[in-house]
Design a protein around this ligand. Structure first.
Ligand SMILES: NC(=O)C1=CN([C@@H]2O[C@H](COP(=O)(O)OP(=O)(O)OC[C@H]3O[C@@H](n4cnc5c(N)ncnc54)[C@H](OP(=O)(O)O)[C@@H]3O)[C@@H](O)[C@H]2O)C=CC1
Ligand SMILES: O=C1O[C@H](COP(=O)(O)O)[C@@H](O)[C@H](O)[C@H]1O
Length: 602
């Protein structure tokens, strides 16, 4: 018998019920989305293939779990010993810690027997350098990574371990609010980073990696996470080779797959089919990093834990909902990738649609991954496929401002001349269910616009028979209550209300009830990749996309994408740095909507 992986309890908030051994399962999330176990031991005779460590609880009291392939696992650690009390010398217990992860990892007493190896496939690339290694370091700094972990970079580029460390060290940063021992921690982290050069389609090269991983694992239970940070044309090759030559022998093996998950329904289905030749669905972690953003994660908390919002969350009170994404830079350097996808596939079909599904779903049975994903998929399947009449596309053109000339999209050397690929799109979508019948869900996404922002805007209906109409004037839109969830930058949730201007008269103005994160919380907000990587290590699938969600998402967008391409629809050209095509306003106006981000006071 050997240890598989521990149950992790990640965060402990003052709202959480006071811990006791009997209430453990109510606040402690497990390494399996559906199991609520303490530490688990599993037969090490598991077959050498990608082994799903999905545990389903047979009996919570007996602490017995069943692995997906039928192997029985039994809990060997009494759960009373577990989180969140710090054990002090002499057996005393300290106060529960509010520090994320630290206690969970520290109190995994079986972790001496288990290891986690994280292989970043495509380690020489942009995403790995920019996001993945820094996120892993942040997790290490916070004490969230297990005791025995190793990070491997894998790519075709030739590099030594030392060169990888130099490359990685350039992008590591410490949080503004936590700089203590930062340099020291970086050194320690880098010592755990290694590199193996190999082809993505070579079983032999992955077998060499396997050999190196085994040396680090030193006979302990091996759990392996592969992060596919490579272009999609080599996804299947890499999964095949990793599966056949480098999967964990006796622990779990999981694979994080980066977008794009295909470019339409057919190619996405083919990709899923290809992945499933080598992996079970619960080993596949399709990442959408917007789901890891703090305010997206908070969306359900806001709605389901505050009485004041949920009763208003329907067609009865909500006039329209807007999902807005803008960037103030173009495709700079990524034009080659982008031209094959365009903004609809790059941002709308995934990031914005995922947020929409979370926003509009019914109350899930529980916070378990499958319960949430079931509700999301229901919303997606209740939506009308997007029609070309409900869509506007644009592309940025060159613009000179203040003596500086900004390039057109097609000036990018990696973009084919005359490309019609949209860099901007606006769309009106509808959910044909009882809650949302007739409510326009508007999306707008663009590159090379005047600002960088991602937000959700909920515009409420006008107040019937408003006593104060006289004080508001004829433009009722000006008095609309609007809830704004600013995902980035400068995270905030604010509600626009009408208020009496202090004084002897009766003049109303619009004011904000404002929850400004920087003012309210001193803690730096973790990057989305940190949350998602930690979830993948813990086996938490809630924020990853299931294959049926993906199919439903593609069904909504594939017909219109095909039509745009077949008819070679010409995008509306907008100047680099502007607010985008005017067509977006006409589209909104058709549904009696004004974009919330264009008013004077936003
Ligand atoms: N960069 C970003 O901001 C984001 C990226 N993504 C996705 O993440 C993944 C990685 O992105 P990113 O790091 O930007 O990608 P890169 O283009 O930087 O590629 C990553 C690595 O893959 C290898 N590679 C590049 N092109 C090919 C090719 N044609 N055939 C085989 N190997 C190749 C290279 O490594 P070597 O030559 O050393 O093998 C490269 O360093 C992609 O799927 C992308 O869509 C998703 C969201 C944002
Ligand atoms: O997935 C993608 O997201 C980025 C924007 O991410 P953010 O976290 O910086 O907002 C976008 O630039 C890129 O085109 C897209 O592929």
């Amino acid at each position: 018998m050997a240890t598989l992986y521990s149950t992790h309890c990640r965060s402990y908030s003052p709202l959480t019920p006071s811990p006791s051994s009997s209430s453990y399962s109510s606040y402690c999330s497990s390494s399996s989305s559906s199991s609520k176990l303490g530490h688990v031991a599993v037969s090490s005779s598991a077959p050498k293939r990608f082994l799903a460590a999905k545990l389903s609880v047979l009996s919570q009291n007996q602490n017995v779990a069943r692995m997906q392939d039928g192997a029985v696992a039994t809990a060997v650690t009494p759960i009373e010993n577990d989180f969140p009390f710090k054990k002090l010398k002499g057996g005393l217990l300290s106060e529960p810690s509010t520090d994320e992860c630290k206690d969970a990892v520290r109190f995994d007493i079986n972790e001496n027997e288990s290891t986690v190896s994280i292989t970043v496939v495509g380690a020489s690339g942009d995403l790995a350098k920019k996001k993945i290694f820094p996120a892993l370091f942040a997790l290490y700094y916070e004490g969230c990574l297990p005791k025995h972990f190793t990070v491997y970079g894998y790519a075709r580029s030739k590099m030594t371990d030392a060169e990888l460390r130099t490359m990685v060290s350039k992008t590591l940063t410490c949080r503004i609010d936590k700089r203590e021992n930062c340099g020291e921690k970086m050194e320690q982290f880098l010592e755990r980073c290694f590199y193996h050069s190999g082809q993505y389609d070579s079983q032999e090269n992955f077998a060499e990696l396997d050999k190196k991983l085994k040396e680090h694992e030193g006979g302990k239970v091996s759990n392996r996470l592969f992060y596919l940070s490579i272009p999609p044309n080599v996804f299947i090759d890499a999964v095949r080779c990793a599966s056949l030559s480098a999967s964990a022998g006796n622990g779990w093996t999981r694979v994080i797959v980066e977008k794009p998950f295909g470019r339409d329904s057919e190619s996405s289905a083919a990709l899923t089919k290809g992945l499933k030749q080598y992996l079970d669905e619960d080993q596949i972690f399709r990442i959408d990093h917007y789901l890891g953003k703090e305010l997206v994660e908070n969306l359900s908390v806001l709605r389901f834990s505050n009485l004041i919002f949920e009763p208003l969350w329907s067609r009865q009170y909500i006039r329209n909902v807007q999902f807005i994404f803008s960037e103030d830079f173009g495709t700079e350097g990524r034009g080659g990738y982008f031209d094959n996808y365009g903004i609809i596939r790059d941002i709308m079909q995934n990031h914005l649609l995922q947020i929409l599904a979370l926003f509009a779903m019914e109350t899930p049975v529980s916070l378990a991954a499958e319960d949430i994903r079931n509700e999301k998929v229901k919303v997606l399947r209740s939506m009308r496929p997007l029609e070309i009449e409900n869509m506007v596309i644009g592309q940025y053109k060159s613009h000179t401002k203040g003596g500086v000339t900004y390039p057109a999209y097609t000036d990018d050397k990696t973009v084919p001349k005359g490309s019609l690929t949209p860099t901007f799109a606006a769309a009106a979508l509808f959910i044909d269910n009882a809650r949302w019948d007739g409510v326009p869900f508007l999306m707008k996404a663009g590159k090379a616009l005047h600002n960088k922002k991602a937000e959700i805007r909920v515009q409420f209906r006008h107040v019937p028979g408003n006593l104060y109409n006289r004080n508001i004037g004829t433009d009722l839109d000006l008095a609309t209550n609007e809830l704004v969830i600013r995902v980035q930058p400068d995270e905030a949730i604010y509600l626009k209300i009408n208020n009496k201007v202090p004084g002897l008269g009766m003049r109303l103005d619009r004011s904000n009830l404002n929850l400004h994160y920087a003012a309210r919380y001193s803690k730096e907000i973790p990057d989305a990749y940190e949350r998602l990587l930690l979830d993948a290590i813990e086996g938490e699938r809630r924020l990853f996309i299931r294959s049926d969600e993906l199919d439903a998402a593609w069904s909504l967008f594939t017909p219109v994408l095909k039509e745009l391409e077949e008819k070679r629809i010409i995008p509306e050209y907008y100047p680099y740095g502007s607010r985008g095509p005017v067509g977006a306003h006409y589209l909104a106006a058709r549904y009696k909507v004004r974009w919330g981000d264009v008013s004077v006071e936003q």
